[in-house]
Design a binder for this molecule. Structure first.
Ligand SMILES: Cc1ncc(C[n+]2csc(CCOP(=O)(O)OP(=O)(O)O)c2C)c(N)n1
Ligand SMILES: [Mg+2]
Length: 328
């Protein structure tokens, strides 16, 4: 694992990290616009403000690791390698989408990058991650992990606790990642738990636990690297609590009545893109170099939206109902 000073001296790594952050941000801003134009069906959950958790964590994964992402997972899927064109086509329900338009924003997966879908059932991905990790173990595969994301509001789901217990008891290589944005829809964490320190949840199961400022993308990356190394070395699960905030609403139908404008403004000011811009400026980058990444990522996302909109609608018939279905 590299030290922070080594990362800060690695210009290519810093530029690539900013590129991923900006891609995630601009992708979601574009989805927001397309939704407002009535071009996206169903709903969508944007993670604007949470890009540091997605990019920091997923960058620490190897290509062969599996990622199970949340309903707020566009940034996580992008960071694992999926192309914005394929994702945008999916969200626009086109045949060329990564799931042939059957999944949409809520159930997007990309098996080519070992990204198993977003899940509308909170916490349900945790036992699935255990199943993947168990298959590694049964096949004697010891160089990869299953990483599963879930939110603070999912932390009390029975499935999460069952998965924690199973992973610990069976010594499974699972990385559990709680993106703690302190809200489950409109409900703040403090209203639904007596103790808001979620790191304590690993203790009864004997799971190695880490905590990090998820808006600090490099700290998140280093923590995820450390946790991954621990998992591979010990062949045991680990748990990270990543603190962050979504400045976007819960979903498209959020009136933001449960939080103040001041609170949102405060978090906007410390969002991961702004934070990382400061890091880059302090470590050898000029404003123009950062502006070039900004322009390039805007171009990529504009192209992705144009590509998605130009693609044909799905051609599926009732006979195709079970095609593209992995398990039923
Ligand atoms: C089992 C289950 N219960 C309730 C819901 C409805 N629901 C959808 S998102 C959400 C809040 C999730 O909060 P959290 O896990 O913190 O993730 P966040 O939305 O903050 O990213 C709820 C209650 C659901 N999808 N699944
Ligand atoms: Mg939450």
């Amino acid at each position: 694992m590299r030290a922070l000073h080594e990362l800060l001296a690695d210009k290519a790594f810093l530029a690539e990290t900013m590129r991923k952050l900006m891609l995630a941000r601009k992708f979601e801003e574009k989805v927001f616009d397309l939704f407002a134009e009535g071009k996206v069906h169903g709903t969508t959950h944007l993670g604007i403000g949470e890009e540091g958790t997605a990019v920091g964590t997923v960058t620490a994964l190897a290509p062969e690791d599996y990622a199970l992402v949340t309903h707020r997972g566009h940034g996580q899927v992008l960071a694992k390698g999926s192309h914005p064109n394929d994702m945008m086509a999916e969200i626009l329900a086109r045949e060329t989408g990564v799931n042939h338009g059957r999944g949409g924003s809520m159930h997007l997966s990309d098996i080519r990058y070992n990204t198993l879908g977003m899940d509308g059932i909170l916490g349900a991905s945790c036992p699935i991650a255990c199943g993947i990790a168990l298959s590694f173990k049964m096949r004697g595969v010891t160089d990869r992990i299953a990483c599963v994301f879930f939110g603070d509001g999912s932390m009390n789901q029975g499935a999460v606790h069952e998965a924690f217990n199973l992973a610990a008891a069976w010594k499974l290589p699972v990385l559990f990642v709680c993106t703690n944005n302190t809200y489950g829809m409109s409900t703040p964490l403090w209203k639904v738990v007596a103790d808001t320190d979620l790191t304590k949840r690993g203790i009864p199961y004997g799971i190695q636990t880490y905590e990090v400022d998820g808006n600090d993308v490099l700290a998140t990356y280093l923590t995820a690297c450390e946790a991954r190394e621990y998992i591979l070395r010990e062949q045991k699960p680990a748990f990270i609590v990543e603190h962050t905030y979504r400045t976007s609403g819960h979903s498209k139908s959020d009136g933001n009545k449960y939080r103040t404008k001041e609170e949102i403004a405060e978090w906007k000011a410390k969002n991961p893109v702004i934070r990382f811009t400061q890091v880059m400026l302090g470590n050898g980058f000029s404003p123009e170099e950062i502006a070039e990444i900004d322009r390039e990522t805007t171009r990529v996302i504009d192209e992705a939206a144009a590509y998605g909109e130009s693609c044909p609608n799905p051609t599926a018939t009732p006979e195709d109902l079970e095609k593209e279905v992995y398990a039923s």
